[in-house]
Structures are given as C-alpha cells and as structure tokens.
Write a protein that binds this ligand. Structure first.
Ligand code: AMP
Length: 400
C-alpha cells in the first residue's frame, strides 16, 4: 500500500482542522440513540484538542437530497459529541458561507465545532469542486476519519483532499492498516470466510478473494448455490438456481488461482424458517428433502472449518455461516467465530471482519471483542473486499 499522511505528519497547534468524520449516527426524535460512531472517531478529536488545534467537524446525516430537512439537522449530534468529549461543542447552522465562517472564526485553540449537514447541499454528493472550495476556506488542514464514507467520491471525501494539505485520522489509519495487513501483505496461509444470503450480491467479493486468498470457506445461504451447481439437491433452501454456471466459473477460476474452495459437508435442515424449528442434520452429498431448507452448516462442517482455521495465519470474514438470528441455526457462525477469536487471543491468527450483518453475527457469537479488527464500515468494507479502489482513500494516497 502506498503511504498516506497521518496526524503525526503535521503540527496542528493553532490550526483550523477540517475533520471529515462519519457522524451519521442513529437518531430518534432529535436524540442520538447510538453513539458508537462518535466514540470511534473520538480518539482523533481528543488528540487534535490536546495538541491545541481548532477542530471543525464536517459530516453528512441521512439523505436530505440537497434540501434543508429540519429532522436531519446535526444540532443533536453536536450535543451528543459534547457529552462524550466532556467539553462545549459549538454548532453552525450551515456548513459553508458566513454562518459557518463566524463560528469557525470564533474558535480558540482546543475548541470544537460541528457544521450543519453537508448533504443539505446537493453539491456535496456531486463532488462539486466549487462547493469543496467553500469548505476548504474554513480550514488549514483536512483530516479524513470517515473510512465508512470512502467508497463515495463526494466533495467532503474526495475534492476537498485535493484543495488542502490532507491526512488520515486515527480511525481511518487503523482501518487502512488493518485491511492492508489482511489482504495486501498478509501472513499466509490466508483464508476468507464468506457467508450470508446470496451469491448475486457478493459475486465481485468471491472473484476478488479467490484470486488473493489460499482458501475460500463458503457458508450461509450462498453455499447452497454452489452445492446446487455441483448437482446436490438443496430442496427448498435459499438458492440462486440461475447462477449455477456462475458458481461453476468461480470454482474453476479459484482452482486456476490455486485457491482451495471449502464448502459445507453437512447441514442443519428444517421445514420452517423459525427459532426452535424442528430440525435434523444431513450429509449434504445425499441431498435434502424437497420441503426442507439448509439453515446452517452442520457439526462436521464446523469441525472442518475450525481445523482449517487452526492452520491459518490470517483470515478475512464477511457474512454469517447460517441463519444466525434464529437459534439453533446460529451454531455454525458461533463455532467458527469462537474458534477464530480463541486463535486470535492465542496470538496465532490475525482476524479481520466486517460488512453488513457480520458485526452483529460476531457480536451474537460473543467473539467480536477478540477479533484483531472489526470494520463497521459496511459498504466501504465490501467494496474493499471486491478489490475496488475507494476514492476517499486513493486521494489521500495521491496527495501524500
Ligand atoms: P448478507 O447480508 O448477505 O451477509 O446475509 C446475511 C443474512 O443471510 C442473514 O440475515 C442470515 O440469516 C442469512 N442467511 C445465512 N445463511 C442462510 C441460510 N442457510 N438460509 C437462509 N438465510 C441465510
């Protein structure tokens, strides 16, 4: 990975730092209901404050589509940030122009302000350079701490970095270091675990990973599509029958790339998609009943996955191994996650996970805190797994 600058590369004392964070936090009736995103970017804010900077936070919230939607104001977010930070946070009711300038110019060293929702201007999502110039006028240095927004080329994530000296914030830095450690220069053997519902939503993920990893362990609903392609009767399971040829191609390409594809050998099947549904364990080579659904990988598959993980040095994980939200079909995800967590704790495995339901699945398994790195970046994490360049990251590298 070519380098990018970080907070360590600049003297920030007395400077106005335009900090692009992801403060798109859940809110209900004007009250922040989950501060996780604030907490994750807090180390960057605290470091800047402690170094005597003037911190100007910019972020989007929701999709106001270029309109001033009162319910999408960031005023409650500024309040929630003040509570976490333990100091006053000023708020500007506009993110550009005189109103924003007045608040930014009123900041003393170590003070923090939040500017109003960037997406009140459609120029933000248009990556409009004139809008970016108006933002740039409010800062001396641009810091991007919003990896979760880096897959979008917006004015505050892309154009702005070309107008001011720029750096990755500590959260962005941690994310990039963890991700590059896992796929760009990993300790091998390197395995990817890919599960979840459908092959069609993760075609690019599967193709990219099978060219990079030594072993691709496929579970969840998407394994059914691969089993079906191999002539196994998956009954009433979630299965994309029309993707049989695509699945075969992925298998053939993986083989060409020397990537070992691991599919479940047994499954837990039920007639109902419901918690506690009557179920049985089947060897998948025998197929399942016409009215049965494979809802989880079976115990032999879990044992197989656990043994393979024991031989790996690095894993990347996206998607649950089964319908983890409903017991007992969470056993496969739990078993693999707990094994990965234990190996990570023992210091023999680097484990990186993220995207969609994965964080919830690993949390459910009680394994979340033991992984080396869990990305909460959803869409950006998936695009990274797909091997795509993320505009918000590329521009930090290009301008470093
Ligand atoms: P994704 O967002 O693609 O990662 O998919 C996550 C969803 O896949 C979760 O809601 C799981 O319940 C679902 N899922 C995983 N395995 C299965 C399965 N064997 N049958 C049906 N749904 C599944």
């Amino acid at each position: 990975m070519s380098q990018f600058k970080t907070l360590s590369d600049y003297d920030v004392a007395g400077k106005r730092i335009l900090l692009r964070a992801d403060l798109n936090v859940p809110m209900k009736n004007g009250v922040v209901t989950d501060s996780t995103r604030i907490e994750r970017t807090l180390p960057t804010i605290v470091e800047l404050v402690q170094k005597g900077a003037r911190v100007v936070l910019i972020t989007h919230w929701g999709r106001p589509k270029g309109e001033r939607v009162a319910e999408m104001s960031l005023a409650p977010v500024a309040e929630a940030l003040a509570a976490k930070l333990g100091q006053n946070v000023k708020f500007a009711s506009d993110c550009i122009g005189e109103v924003a300038e007045k608040v930014v110019n009123s900041l003393s060293d170590t003070e923090v302000c939040v500017l109003e929702n960037l997406r009140y201007y459609k120029e933000e999502t248009d990556n409009d350079i004139e809008f970016a110039k108006k933002l740039a006028a409010l800062g001396d240095l641009y810091v991007n701490d919003a990896f979760s927004c880096a897959h979008r080329a917006h004015a505050s994530t892309e154009a702005l970095a070309r107008l001011l000296p720029s750096a990755a914030g500590r959260l962005m830095q941690a994310e990039l270091e963890a991700l590059s450690g896992a796929l760009e220069a990993p300790q091998r053997p390197l395995a990817a675990l890919v599960g979840g519902a459908k092959v069609s939503t993760k075609l690019d993920v599967l193709n990219n990973l099978s060219a990079k990893v030594d072993m691709l362990i496929i579970g969840g609903g998407m394994a059914n599509t691969f089993l079906n392609a191999q002539g196994i009767d998956v009954g009433n399971s979630l299965c994309e029958h029309d993707l049989a040829d695509t699945a075969k191609e992925i298998l053939a390409n993986a083989k060409k790339n020397g990537c070992d594809i691991v599919l479940p050998i047994d499954g837990v099947v039920a007639k109902e998609f419901a918690a506690g549904a009557e179920n049985r364990i089947v060897k998948l080579q025998d197929g399942v009943g016409a009215d049965e659904m494979i809802l989880d990988v079976g115990p032999a598959s879990i044992a197989d996955i656990v043994e393979r993980l024991g031989n790996c040095k690095t894993i990347v994980w996206n998607g649950p191994m089964g319908a983890f939200e409903i017991e007992p079909f969470d056993a496969g995800t739990n078993g693999a996650a707990q094994a990965a967590a234990a190996l990570t704790n023992a210091g023999t495995l680097v484990s990186v996970a993220g995207g969609g339901d994965t964080v919830a699945a690993l949390d459910h398994a009680g394994a979340k805190d033991d992984f080396t790195y869990i990305s909460t970046a959803g869409g950006a994490f998936l695009e990274w797994l797909e091997g795509k360049e993320l505009p918000g990251v590329e521009v930090l590298r290009a301008t470093a």
